[in-house]
Design a protein around this ligand. Structure first.
Ligand SMILES: [Zn+2]
Length: 167
């Protein structure tokens, strides 16, 4: 797992000019354990199958991923949940579209370099909140250009201060 995750994590931290302050565990669960840990039926969210989620227990963080998935599937899930972990640990309050969009944007940026245009394009075509959120983040990224940082991307107004948004 670590050999799958460490290079992706390095890529994301460089992309965002950020380092995750608090390390988290990666837990692989079978379907039954996953459903129990998730606390509800993982098949019902947006008609999709949930295969990973981010969990905080006190000061500890874990990304829980259903085992028995392909490496690509697991990696995309880890990248997505890493986005949620960042948002949580840095104290941003985001709309669902922003939050899912940000996590999707990380997957998208990773796939553009390490996957392929077809894989990345599939994310863009998603009509759900994941797809609209991704397109929102890409618009913000374009307006930021080379000044892209994690904080700037997640701030609604493109002012000059760094730091979490007020709302
Ligand atoms: Zn998500």
């Amino acid at each position: 797992m670590e050999e799958l995750w460490a290079p992706a994590r390095g890529f994301l931290e460089r992309l965002l000019a950020v380092r995750l302050r608090h390390p988290f565990l990666i837990r692989l669960c079978n379907a039954d354990e996953f459903a129990k840990a998730y606390g509800k039926d993982p098949r019902v969210a947006d008609g999709r199958r949930v295969i990973g989620f981010f969990q905080s227990i006190g000061d500890d963080y874990a990304i829980v991923v259903e085992s028995g998935r392909s490496r690509e599937n697991v990696l995309e899930t880890l990248i997505h949940e890493f986005g949620h972990a960042l948002v949580r640990t840095y104290g941003f309050t985001l709309s669902r579209e922003e939050s899912e969009g940000f996590s999707r944007w990380l997957e998208y940026r990773y796939l553009m370099v390490h996957g392929g245009d077809a894989q990345a394009g599939r994310l863009l075509d998603d009509p759900s909140v994941y797809g609209t959120g991704l397109r929102l983040m890409l618009e913000r990224e374009r307006s930021l250009g080379h000044r892209l940082t994690f904080r700037k991307l997640l701030r609604r107004e493109s002012g000059s201060e760094d730091g979490p948004g007020a709302e």
